[in-house]
Design a protein around this ligand. Structure first.
Ligand code: GDP
Length: 216
């Protein structure tokens, strides 16, 4: 492919991402246990990260609306997996945040149990997007979740959040560190994304990469 061709392919992918995420994103339901997880044949992408990593902001930036994040931050729903249908072509699963300092050991064990059960029994799950705060990347808790995803043999993509807070040299270091960590994990997807919900950096590219998983 020459340069003009690859530019055309990239522009097409960006346009497909834009079109998909411009479509209706409707709340399907929240699931506190395995029984609550909706049956679907649609391909699914799950978002996961530490509390405060910027998950709601990123999902708002991707969908250009506040519905998804508002539902997911409603008290009672923050411990659930919240499912959304995007344009009838892709399911989005917003997994509860982890690593919140005041959570008890029992709650944290419950989190792991729900997530592991979900991951192990979801044949339509195409990818997990694991969010990493670029100022703190990656913390031991993030590495634990990477280990869990490796064990569940679910492919996941690391996405750095809040990159507007870093200088270019700092970002390079964090990217190198995160890449080195991801290379230690069997199920990590080699392509990493750097995003900012604040400036919109990396958002169109992430939309394009997720649109490739949606049904036509
Ligand atoms: P969640 O708990 O993972 O859903 O995190 P939120 O989306 O609620 O964000 C946590 C905090 O980080 C909030 O104060 C946001 O304003 C801030 N934040 C989120 N994304 C960004 C970003 O891209 N850039 C900056 N500078 N701040 C962000």
């Amino acid at each position: 492919m020459d340069n003009a061709d690859s530019r055309r392919v990239r522009a097409q992918a960006l346009e497909q991402g834009r079109m998909l995420f411009a479509q209706e994103c409707e709340f399907v339901r929240g699931a506190a246990d395995l029984g609550g997880i909706p049956a679907t044949k649609l391909p699914e992408v799950a978002f996961v990260g530490r509390s405060n990593v910027g998950k709601s902001s990123l999902v708002n930036a991707l969908t250009g609306r506040k519905t998804l994040a508002r539902v997911s931050n409603t008290p009672g729903r923050t411990r659930e997996i919240n499912f959304f249908r995007l344009g009838g072509r892709l399911m989005l699963a917003d997994l509860p945040g982890y690593g919140y300092a005041r959570v008890s050991k029992a709650d944290s064990a419950k989190w792991t149990e729900l997530i592991f059960a979900y991951l192990a029994g979801r044949p339509n799950l195409r990818r997990v997007v694991l969010l990493i705060d670029s100022r703190r990347a990656p913390l031991p808790q993030d590495v634990e979740v990477m280990d869990l995803l490796d064990r569940a043999a679910v492919s996941y993509q690391l996405v750095l959040t809040k990159v507007d807070k870093l200088k270019p040299t700092e970002l390079k270091n964090v990217e190198a560190q995160t890449k080195a960590e991801s290379e230690r994990h069997t199920a990590a997807y080699p392509e990493m994304a750097a995003t900012s919900a604040e400036t919109g950096e990396g958002i169109a590219e992430l939309r394009a990469s997720l649109a490739a998983l949606a049904i036509r």
